[in-house]
Every structure is written in C-alpha cells, then in structure tokens.
Design a binder for this molecule. Structure first.
Ligand code: GTP
Ligand code: MG
Length: 311
C-alpha cells in the first residue's frame, strides 16, 4: 500500500490537506483532475498535477489489455430489483461499477425501486444482494423508512438493522447534492461497506434551479461534474450507482415516445444503463431497457406491492 506521504512533493501538510478534501487513497487521486484537486485541497495546480502523476504511477495506470478489463468485470456485483423479469432485462440486476438511470413520469415507480434496492443490497449474495450498506441521497423528501420496513419484512430482515444500514442524505439544492455525493468517498474511506449509491432524483434540483436557455450551459457543466464524481465512486470502490430522472413532455413527437429524459446528452452518455418506466393497465408497470453497452433492448413487466417490486 502506498501512503500519501510516500509520493514525491507530498509532505505532512499537503497530505493532511488531501485527506481533508477526501483524497485519501491513490485511486481517488489518480482519477482526479488537476483543477479539481487544486480547488478542493487548496494546493497549487502545478503541485496537483505532479501529485496526480505520481498517484497514477503508484497505481500503475496505463493501457490495459482486454484481459485486464475482463478480470475487473469479474468483480462486478449485481443487486436484485425484486422482480426476476426486471433483473433478467438488465443482465441479472443493477450492476456495480456502473451508473443505472431510470426515468419515467410521476408515479411510474422510480422512488419505489430506489427503496427496494436500499433493502435488497443488504441481502446475502445467494439471495441477490451484496451483503452491504447503501447511501440514499434524497432530493425530493420522498424517502420513507416505513416503506423500507414493509419491504424488509417481506424479505424477513431485521427492521432496525436494515434501517441502520441505509445512510440518508437529504439534499436541499444542487450544490448540497454535489457535496453529499463527494462525501460518500469519506464514508467509504472511514470503513463503511457501501456498495450502492442511490440518488432520487438526480436531476430535479438542477432542473428547478437552472431555468431558461441562457443557464443551460452552466447547468450541464455542473451536472457533468456531479456525474464525474459518482462515476468515480462506482469505479474506485466497485459501487453500483442508481439514479432517477424525470421526463419532459415532447409535444412535437407524433411517433415514438412523447416524453424524453431530462439531462440531455451529458446524462445520456454518462449512464451505462438507461431504463424507461411506464405505467400499464391494472397496476402493471413496464420497464424498457433503452440503452446498454452489451444487452439487447427489451421490456419487462412488474408490479409494485406492499412487500415491494414483484414479477
Ligand atoms: P415521482 O417521484 O413523482 O416522479 O414518481 P415516482 O416514479 O418516484 O413514483 P413512485 O416510485 O413514488 O411510485 C408511486 C406509486 O407506487 C404509487 O402510485 C403507488 O401505486 C405505488 N406504491 C407506493 N407505495 C406503495 C405501497 O406501499 N404499496 C403498494 N401496493 N403500492 C405502492
Ligand atoms: Mg419519486
């Protein structure tokens, strides 16, 4: 293990600044940008560049072979949605090292699936979980512990223990949301066994705060920075990131879907899996996989019951 103090250009003082800013491990440093590091750790950009360079050397970051990538993919963990049809659609559950985005109109089940995953990630691996804890960033004040209890009861889990393994952050605005996501690094570095990060909703604050065409560029820039942070967490700590997103009406659409996801290209490119949730007849709900690097498009039908998501 290489310590911060082992890096050239890093004395005790700089090491302390880096730790305080949440850059305690090599991988986190190696994947930072000089600008980000200099702002957050309050060090010169020149020093930041050198430190990052050294961390990359220490982590031996260079070209890797497809075999290396395959090896890393072997560590990918999957978390069940509660519905086997839904799981199958996305290749066996929500993946670690990836960002999974669900979008859909109000009441389509985005928050319900978020609650479900907060419970199922705690299950043992044989039951579709990762025997781990999670972070739930709640931006719309819709997290309900009562709902967690109902779902946990369905799985026969201890209620108090289940609740205490979900770390909640209420985010009041987009800056707060960005900050809380960065804090996940600290939580993991302090030893919490976090394998799932939920952000419900990823885009609501951004959408409300940046209105009008003239603010679009700054909104997308902020959102991009936020996505960079969460992708980094996913890669560095083998965490699954699950985000929800709203849709906006597309009045000009005669064919195809009359709604589209908020967030534009920035989000479309960042999310590894994109799933569109629709309300069907008689309480049925439809999940449509619209984008994935290696799975075919398709649909799954599921239902929301008191005990959670079911086939
Ligand atoms: P917005 O956040 O408003 O965009 O919607 P959303 O997609 O997050 O919707 P959400 O996940 O909150 O889904 C709400 C729906 O889930 C409700 O309309 C109910 O149909 C269903 N639901 C919520 N709680 C329960 C429950 O305890 N039992 C059952 N059977 N259904 C529930
Ligand atoms: Mg919701």
């Amino acid at each position: 293990m290489v310590e911060l103090e082992d890096l050239p250009n890093v004395g005790e003082k700089t090491a302390e600044k880096l730790r305080d800013a949440g850059f305690a491990d090599m991988m986190r440093l190696a994947t930072a940008t000089a600008k980000e590091l200099s702002v957050k750790a309050e060090i010169g950009e020149g020093v930041a560049e050198k430190v990052i360079e050294a961390a990359r050397k220490a982590e031996e970051i260079d070209f890797e072979t497809a075999f290396d990538v395959m090896e890393r993919r072997r560590d990918v963990g999957r978390i069940t949605t509660g519905s086997s049809g839904f799981d199958e659609l996305i290749g066996g559950g929500i993946e670690t090292q990836s960002i999974t985005e669900v979008y859909g109109e109000f009441g389509s089940g985005k928050s319900q699936i978020s609650h479900e995953l907060a419970v199922t990630v705690q299950l043992p691996v044989e039951q579709g979980g990762l025997d781990s804890e999670c972070v739930f960033i709640d931006t719309e004040n819709t997290f309900r512990p009562e709902r967690v209890e109902q779902i946990a009861t369905g799985f026969g889990l201890d209620l108090d223990e289940t609740l205490s393994r979900i770390h909640i952050a209420r985010a009041f605005n987009s800056s707060h949301q960005i900050l809380m996501a960065e804090k996940v690094n600290e939580l993991i570095q302090k030893g919490s066994n976090i394998r799932l990060l939920i952000i419900d909703s990823l885009t609501a604050h951004f959408r409300a705060e940046y209105v009008g065409r003239e603010s679009l560029a700054s909104r997308q820039q902020k959102l991009n920075q936020h996505l960079h942070t969460i992708q980094n967490i996913a890669n560095t700590y083998n965490v699954a990131v699950f985000v929800t997103n709203q849709v906006q009406a597309r009045p000009d659409a005669f064919f195809g879907s009359p709604t589209k996801a908020v967030g534009g290209h920035v989000l479309a490119h960042a999310a590894t899996y994109r799933i569109w949730l629709k309300k069907g007849l008689a309480g049925k709900r439809i999940a449509r996989l619209v984008d994935s690097p290696h799975l075919p498009e398709g649909e799954a039908v599921y239902k929301i019951e008191n005990k959670g998501i079911v086939d």
